[in-house]
Design a protein around this ligand. Structure first.
Ligand code: ZN
Length: 80
């Protein structure tokens, strides 16, 4: 990914989400079309996605579509 691309805002942070596989992650909503780092399919503008390291030890997190990592946004402030 080109360095100058990092200056553009490409996603909005939505909040905490629950992964269907268990665990928590931060959900984002795409502003522009992104590419899933796991399956390579496009993430359409407006679609939810999360970010995960594409491989062990990766410095940068790659967008990951909800087909690869299903998630549910828990924005209602559920109890802990
Ligand atoms: Zn994917």
């Amino acid at each position: 990914m080109a360095i100058e691309e990092r200056r553009k805002v490409k996603s909005n942070q939505v909040g905490l989400a629950t992964l269907s596989a268990g665990g928590r992650t931060t959900a984002y909503r795409a502003i522009v079309e992104l590419m899933c780092g796991m399956c390579g399919q496009p993430i359409q503008p407006g679609a939810l996605f999360s970010r995960h390291a594409p491989y062990k030890g990766a410095i940068h997190l790659a967008p990951t579509c909800i087909r690869c990592r299903p998630l549910r946004v828990s924005d209602a402030g559920e109890g802990r």
